[in-house]
Design a protein around this ligand. Sequence first.
Ligand SMILES: Nc1ncnc2c1ncn2[C@@H]1O[C@H](COP(=O)(O)OP(=O)(O)OP(=O)(O)O)[C@@H](O)[C@H]1O
Length: 229
Amino acid sequence: MLELRQVAKQFAAPGGEIVRAVDDVTVTIERGEIVALYGPSGSGKTTVLKIVAALLRPDHGTVHVGGRDVAELSAREAARYRLHEVGFIRQLPDFVPGASAIDNAALKLFDDLRARDARRRVEPLLARLGLAGRLRHRAEQLSTGERQRVLIARALSTDPTVLLADEPTGSLDSRRSRDVLDLLRQLSHEHDVATLLVTHDPQAVSYADRALELHDGRLRSYVIDAPDR
Ligand SMILES: Nc1ncnc2c1ncn2[C@@H]1O[C@H](COP(=O)(O)OP(=O)(O)OP(=O)(O)O)[C@@H](O)[C@H]1O
């Protein structure tokens, strides 16, 4: 379970002005649940993800994952937490160029497992994502949608508690977006992971169990019934 309580983060803008990027955000996401976080550019969505990933420390509030407050972790503990308990699907530059699809998917496992075992672990996930025939392909030999699916496999490879997805369909056309969102939804439920899906895209919102709208760092509304896909 992921629980944010009264989380706040502000930044000093270059002109000296204070930006309240995240302001008093409280939300609970159960395991197996997908929550979409949507809102205009600059509303604080990415800042929330970075706080959950312990890449940023909030100025105020708590972020409980599996019973401990990740806002209190040391830098070393935060790195372990990100490796083992967080799956973070970011934009496509996260792909290691020149490395195969299977090695890109297994990247987080190479620290703890032998390469062969790491690859064996992610192979079924890649197959589940429709990539069984693409394991040895390098980035430049894969389509954009295929690369995005490899990043989903990497994010789930450690069986994380929390899955964070930052605009996972940002560079895909609408048919490929639907394919990726469908798989993300199925796998989030199968892996029993608490998923936070950040998006501008109304189609992506419709794949969530619940949607939250962020405006100027504040949660504005809860949309309980996501619109039809
Ligand atoms: N390191 C920083 N220093 C100063 N201001 C920042 C910093 N990071 C974010 N901000 C500001 O905080 C606000 C929220 O930024 P954030 O990236 O969380 O928005 P977002 O909703 O993810 O936007 P987008 O949809 O465009 O990615 C913005 O006004 C941004 O300019």
